[in-house]
Structure formats: C-alpha cells, structure tokens
Design a protein around this ligand. Structure first.
Ligand SMILES: Nc1ncnc2c1ncn2[C@@H]1O[C@H](COP(=O)(O)OP(=O)(O)OP(=O)(O)O)[C@@H](O)[C@H]1O
Length: 708
C-alpha cells in the first residue's frame, strides 16, 4: 500500500458517494482514475483546481473529471486536507456548489455544510409568531449547543410546530434537526444534550482546524478519511451502502466504547443495531483483541441472519481481521460443540415434535381433560424454564403466572405425560434447543474448558432465552475482563417464546446500557404505522425494566402503508398481481419485493397463484443468506424475514383468525398467556412491516384482522 504524500488527508463525503452513484458508468470509471491520482497527491499540478465564480464559500474548487464532468473539492486555507464533496455534469456541479458553505461549528466542533440560501426564516413569520415558536424557550446559546448553525438561528426561531420542523429537516444539519426533534418531543435541554452526546463538548473549538474537525463524531457521520487505495475502491464499489463508513455519533460511541463489562444496546426496528454489532466486532478484532489466537464470537438467534452477517462483515473487515470473527447462530454453535464432545442428536423445533406430543398425550389422565396446548405450555413455561427433570421437582415447582391451578394429585397425574414426551425425544435422538443449550453449558462448566473467545457479540438478543444467556456467560466467564459481552436487541421484535432478565443470567449491564433512536430503514410513515400495533403494550428491556419508543425518528419519508381488504383470496391475489405489475412498470426489480404472510401453508398458496400469474418466485429459507443475485419475487413467512430488509413489502392474508393466528390464542385458559401470545402476534406484524425500505401494502380477504 502506498502512503499518501506529506501526510495529506483526503476525505470523501456521503453526498459525494450519492452523487457518484448517480452518474453514468463511463464517468464513474473516470472518477475512479481521477481519485487515485488525487488521493496520492491532491496538490499535484495535474489536478486542475478552478475557482468557482459566485460561490459563497471561498474554499470550494472544481476539478476536472473529463470534458463535461466536474468534481467539487474543499481545500481549507490551513492544513494539508482535501475534502471531496460532489461530482456531476459541469453546470449541475457548479449549481450545487453555489450556495454551499462549509464551516466548523463553534460549539460542537463538527464540520457542517449549509445551503445559505435556505437559511432565511419562513416569510410568514411576524414578530408575534416568532415569540410563540416551538423553540422560543431556548436561548441562542442552547440552540448553538444543539448544533444549529448561527446563520440558521432566525429560521429555527420561526419554526412554529412539529410539522414545520419536519419540513426543514432536509435544510438543517442532521445533528441539529435530531436535537431539535428530541426537544420538540418533550425532552429537557439537559436530556437532549445527553441523548445527542453533546454534554462534554470541548470548551474551545478551533474553527480553522479541519484536521481536528475530521475526528469529530458529527463530522464522521458525513465525512470519511480514506485510508488506502483498497478501501477507496471498496467504498466506490458500493457507494450507497453508507453504513459501511458513516456511523451516527450514537452508533460510533457504542462501537468504540471501552466497556468494563457487558453492554446492552436497545433500539427499535431499523436503528442500526446489527450495523453496530458488526462494527463492534470489527473494532474489537482490529483494535482491541489483536493477537493471532484471539477470537470474537458473533452470534444470532436465526440461522439466515447469521449467513447475512457473514456476508456483510466481509465488506467491512480486512481478511486477517475477518478470519478471527466467528459468525454462527447459537443453535448451530451448540450443535457443533456437542458433536465435538461426542453427543449425536438433532436439535428440533416446535413443528418437529408433533409426533412426540401425540404419543405422549396417550398417557394423559382422562378425567382432567386438559387441552394439548396446556401440556405444551406447561412443558415450555414451567418444566423447561426451571430445568425440571423429576416428578419430585415438579411437585415442588412454582407455577406462578399459569392460569389453571393444579393440586398435588393433578400434578402427579399429569407428570407421566412429560416423562413420556422426554422419552419420545430421547428415542428419536431429538433434543429441544433449550436442552442442547443447557447440556453445552454443563459440559463447559464441568470440563472447565477455556474457549478462545475474547468477546461475544449477540444480535437479536430479545429472542435468546435465559439458558442461551447463561451459556454465553459460561463461554466467557465474568472475571472482570473488559469488553466481554455486547448484546443488541429489541423487545418489540420478540417473536419467539422467550423473555429474559440478563441480570439473572449472570450478565450485569448496569451502567452500560445504550439506545439507538434513528431509524435508517423504513419511512417515518411506515414506522408510525408499525409502532401503533404495539401501542399501550408493556415491552421489556431484556433486564426486567420497561422499554419505550419515545424519541424515535426515521430519516426517510413516503406514503403510509396501504391497507386493502378484498372479498376473496382470488381477488386479493389479483390485486397483488396488479400491484406487482405496477411496480415492474415503474422499473422496480422484482427481487427487491417481498411477499410475507403468517403461515407457511398460506405462503405456498400465494406462491402457486403468483407463479401461474407469470412471476418467478424465491422462497426465503431458514438456513440461507438472502442472496439478491437470485432472481424472483421474495416469499417468506413473518418469522423468516426477521433481520432482513426489502425495498417493497406486501403483507398478505392479514385476516381475522390468521393474524393473530387463532391456533396460537385458543386452548389457553390463562389470560396472561393469551395476552403474551397476542403480543407476539402483534410483534410479528411489527417485524414484517418494518422490513420495508420504501413502501408497504397490507392485504386481507374476507374478514380483515382486527390488528389492522
Ligand atoms: N450509519 C448508518 N448509515 C447509513 N445506513 C445505516 C446506518 N446504520 C444503519 N443503516 C442502515 O439501516 C438499515 C437497518 O440497519 P440494521 O439492520 O442494522 O438495523 P437493526 O436495528 O438491526 O434492524 P432490525 O432490528 O429491524 O432488524 C440497514 O439498511 C442499514 O444499512
């Protein structure tokens, strides 16, 4: 790798990458050639800097890409630093540059770009209105602390309500908008400053020191200092995958945190939890645990998400770093571990154990007349959760929270069902995941094995059960080591049957808890629709506390989800076909669309109908990464789309009886369990809707679900 001349720093902006992605391929190749020369020596004579007439910022220059295309570069007067800002056709590039001014904010130290033409206050604002503005309680000093550029103070004073604030979102620097949004949402100024990490801003900011400004977290959300040619080439190969380079300050803080124990990160759908977890893995492997034998374990709940993460880590890690990060879903890790330790069995899930239950229920006492669902829940919620393995222990077990009371005689009478169920599993060589996880922990404990992991990173923490977290704790015992466990999760997305209290699994996160609030994936309209599904429900924070969705915001805007009810499935399918054809006619690639529904049975029916309408389809499976190079409309159950994302989403068959799934709700005599089951069904719809980047269509036939 060649070093840069004279310690010159070259940074590219997120805007530059967006502009680069929009120019023709031919010019993109020219830009690449130019950039390589530029990166090696931006001060070289071959680079033709031209002053831009009428430009408000005296430090902006244009550079020649070819006869017709120009790049826009910022070369501050002081410091050996060059920033690449934009690329476009000559006239458009000049137009873009005309009103832009780049400056270091005197309070926050962040390098901001503002369009000075947009800084004028709303023309309707008279003096009286200004006094009643949304921010009239805040002094100028506070507004500046929040990152509002000085030139924008009159504009911000003229903002009268939240809609007005939203209208100015694109005009304000993102950090200023986010801080104002939080204040408008009811946070105190102190809370806002804490939330946006601006409590400890340096006293004196040198507004001429661009090198220093490039290290500021606000700057780093839009500028990236290019390290070497390889990195530059990789960034240019996927200019729109901005998560690879530009982290939000709240994300960066979490990623680079030096933590003296386990860290928990919460955040609603699309807030970049997985992105943070991946960057954390890279950061630890690259900068903290650097020895050849050091390993980072990155574990997820679902198998297809692990496959996706493996692919994405490749994009941000050099090969030598990547090979020290092991990505695997927990069940697979456990399976491999048990195999290595001489255990041969198959891990089974709910659907695989139907026969075992049928046989076990043959020994159920006739007089009690308890439904199958009762036995299954008793097994899962009492016997498995408490690790009960004998009739005696079952007699003593706490059944708190179970609606149907059982006296001693009844307990004794039903215990043989569970014994028989266990025997059925053993006979077939099956193990429920929770048993396998428990076995792995016991082996680790008894052998005192030392694993090579210096850190464990957990994605989808909300779906890991207590046994899973106890195992993770055992993998990396609590011996005071720094940066040992990093968990990201969201109770709103819990769609499997687990609820944990990390503290009770030996994972103490006190004082090391963070929250992400900016949704990068969905539009704000979709986010609001999805959040409503869970409104008023108590959602836990993985550690016996309560989580909320206050202060969340999506960066993108669009139409709210379209909800359509049709009389029959045939008519619903026709409607979906028309919708898909419309998308195709707008140039939407069909593999960026996913049709989701609640059950596999229904999915198969939609698959057949859509295939006969001429669409190629692709079923998303439990074990494979979502490979976009495979053609076809994506089809998946709600469980399978967790952690994934698509431009367009169709949620079909959202009928009463299907969402929530009747089978899940019935047979329950415990109101608490009914409530929990319904919550999970709502969470499934929340997860499904929040997979969409652009728009959501929700369809039903016959009677539509009461949830929509
Ligand atoms: N700093 C960032 N800059 C640009 N895009 C980002 C950034 N962080 C996250 N994203 C994008 O936001 C989307 C959601 O990110 P991610 O999947 O990490 O969120 P999540 O919180 O794990 O979502 P969920 O819980 O809904 O599965 C992705 O498309 C990701 O690339």
């Amino acid at each position: 790798m060649q070093p840069l001349a004279n310690e010159i720093k070259v940074a590219i902006s997120s805007d530059f990458l967006k502009a680069f992605s929009m120019i023709p391929h031919k010019q993109q190749s020219k830009v690449r050639e130019f950039l390589e020369k530029f990166r090696m020596n931006p001060a070289a004579a071959v680079i033709n800097y031209e002053k831009i007439q009428q430009c408000k910022d005296p430090n902006l220059r244009s550079v020649r890409i070819d006869n017709t295309y120009r790049g826009i570069v910022l070369k501050p007067e002081v410091g050996n630093v060059f920033l690449l800002l934009w690329v476009d056709h000559h006239d458009k590039a000049y137009q873009w540059a005309e009103n832009k001014v780049f400056s270091i904010h005197p309070e926050t130290g962040g390098l901001q770009v503002v369009d000075v033409q947009q800084a004028a206050p709303p023309s309707t604002a008279d003096t009286e209105d200004q006094q009643k503005g949304l921010f009239h309680d805040l002094k100028d000093k506070h507004l500046l602390q929040l990152g509002v550029p000085e030139a924008f103070l009159p504009l911000v004073r003229g903002i009268k309500n939240e809609d007005d604030l939203d209208r100015h979102e694109a005009v304000l620097p993102q950090e200023a908008y986010e801080a104002l949004f939080l204040y408008a949402a009811g946070y105190s100024i102190e809370d806002v400053l804490r939330e946006v990490e601006k409590q400890e801003v340096e006293k004196e900011v040198d507004t001429g020191d661009f090198i220093k400004a490039l290290e500021n977290p606000d700057t780093m959300r839009r500028f990236h200092v290019v390290e070497d040619a390889l990195e530059l080439a990789e960034i240019l190969n996927a200019p729109l995958e901005q998560w690879r380079v530009f982290l939000h300050p709240s994300q960066r803080k979490i990623v680079e945190k030096h933590a003296n124990g386990p860290v928990r990160v919460l955040g609603g759908a699309g807030t970049g939890k997985t992105v943070c977890a991946m960057h954390r893995a890279r950061h630890l492997a690259q900068n903290v645990f650097k020895a050849e034998g050091d390993r980072i374990l990155f574990t997820t709940f679902t198998r297809n998400l692990a496959a996706d993460i493996r692919e994405n880590l490749r994009k941000i890690c050099p090969v030598d770093v990547l090979k020290r990060i092991e990505v695997v879903n927990l069940d697979a890790w456990v399976s491999q571990f048990l195999k290595k330790n001489g255990y041969e069995h198959t891990i089974v899930y709910e659907d695989d154990t139907r026969d075992c239950w049928t046989n076990a229920l043959n020994v159920a006492p006739k007089g009690l007349d308890l439904p199958e669902a009762f036995y299954r829940d008793e097994w899962e919620q009492i016997i498995q959760t408490q690790g009960i393995s004998s009739g005696d222990d079952y007699m003593k077990a706490s059944r708190l929270g179970r609606g149907r009371k059982l006296n001693r005689v009844e307990r004794k009478a039903i215990w043989p069902v569970f014994e028989e169920y266990r025997a059925q599993l053993n006979e077939k060589g099956y193990k429920e995941a929770i048993d396998a996880i428990r076995d792995a922990r016991v082996i680790l404990q008894s052998k005192g094995s030392v694993l090579p992991y210096k850190a464990v990173i957990v994605d989808e923490g909300q779906d890991m059960g207590a046994e899973a977290f106890k195992l993770i704790r055992q993998m990396i015992p609590a011996d005071g080591s720094m940066n040992d466990i990093f968990i990201v999760g969201d109770g709103h997305q819990r769609i499997y049957r687990h609820k944990v209290v990390l503290g009770q699994c030996g994972i103490n996160i006190k004082g090391r808890s963070h929250k992400l609030r900016i949704n990068y994936r969905t539009t704000d309209e979709t986010r609001k629709w999805a959040v409503k599904l869970l409104e008023g429900r108590k959602i836990d924070d993985l550690d016996a506390g309560v989580d909320d969705q206050k202060g969340y915001k999506a960066l993108l805007h669009g139409n709210p989800p379209q909800v359509v009810n049709l009389p029959s499935m045939a008519e619903e399918t026709d409607f979906i076909v028309k919708h898909l054809k419309q998308l195709e006619s707008e140039g939407v690639p069909i593999n960026s669309v996913c049709l989701v529904c609640r059950t596999h049975g229904l999915l198969v029916q939609y698959e057949a109908a859509l295939q006969s309408a001429g669409f190629t389809t692709y079923l998303i499976k439990r074990s494979a990464a979502e490979n976009r190079s495979t053609p076809g409309l994506r089809l998946a159950t709600m469980h399978r789309v967790k952690g994934l994302e698509f431009d367009h989403l169709i949620i079909a068959g959202v009928n009463e009886g299907i969402v929530p799934l009747q089978m899940v709700l019935e047979g329950q005599d415990n109101p608490l369990a009914v409530e929990e089951n319904e919550l999970r069904e709502r969470a499934l719809l929340y997860v499904a809707a929040t997979r969409a980047k652009k728009n959501v269509l929700v369809t039903s036939f016959g009677k539509k679900s009461r949830l929509i």
